[in-house]
Design a protein around this ligand. Structure first.
Ligand code: ZN
Length: 147
C-alpha cells in the first residue's frame, strides 16, 4: 500500500513480522506523510529503519515503555536512515535541515543516533508526531538556535 510518493506501508511494518501495521494504517499514513515532507526538504532518499513496533518486539529490542513507535501511542514515530550514495548528506546536515523546518515537517520529537564507524548499526534520526511538549535527545547532536 503506497502512502506517499516515496513511502509505503511495508516500510513501516513491525520488524518481528507480526503484521500489526495492518491494524494501524491511518496512523502510519500520517507518519509517512511527515517522513515525506522531511524527504522532500532534504532532497535525498530516506530509509525507514523502524516504523511501528508491537509491544513484544518493543520489549525485545529495549524500546522505551511509552515509545512513540508503539500502536498504543499512535504509531507516530519513524527512525530514518540516509540512503548510501555519492553526495549523501551527513547526519549532522540532515539534523540541521530537520530542525530548521520542524513546523513544516510536523514533528514534535527528535532523537539523534550517530554511531561510530566501528558500530555495524546505521546512524539514524528518530522523528515523531507526539502531542504536547517538544522533546529532543541524542549525544553529539548539533546545537540549534530557534529564532
Ligand atoms: Zn511485532
Amino acid at each position: 500500500m503506497r502512502f506517499t510518493e516515496n513511502f509505503s506501508l511495508r516500510e513501516f511494518r513491525c520488524r518481528c513480522g507480526c503484521g500489526i501495521e495492518r491494524e494501524h494504517v491511518e496512523d502510519l499514513r500520517e507518519t509517512a506523510e511527515m517522513c515525506q515532507r522531511a524527504r522532500d526538504l532534504i532532497g535525498w532518499p530516506l530509509i525507514v529503519r523502524t516504523g511501528v513496533r508491537c509491544d513484544e518486539y518493543n520489549r525485545q529490542c529495549g524500546g522505551a515503555k511509552r515509545s512513540q513507535h508503539l500502536p498504543s501511542q499512535g504509531a507516530r514515530a519513524a527512525d530514518l536512515v540516509l540512503m548510501d550514495g555519492e553526495g549523501k548528506p551527513t547526519l549532522e546536515e540532515f539534523w540541521v535541515i530537520l530542525q530548521a523546518n520542524r513546523d513544516a515537517i510536523g514533528f514534535n520529537g527528535a532523537g539523534y543516533y550517530k554511531r561510530p564507524p566501528s558500530d555495524p548499526r546505521p546512524s539514524f534520526i528518530h522523528i515523531d508526531r507526539r502531542p504536547g511538549r517538544y522533546a529532543e535527545w541524542g549525544n553529539g547532536r548539533p546545537a540549534m538556535r530557534r529564532g
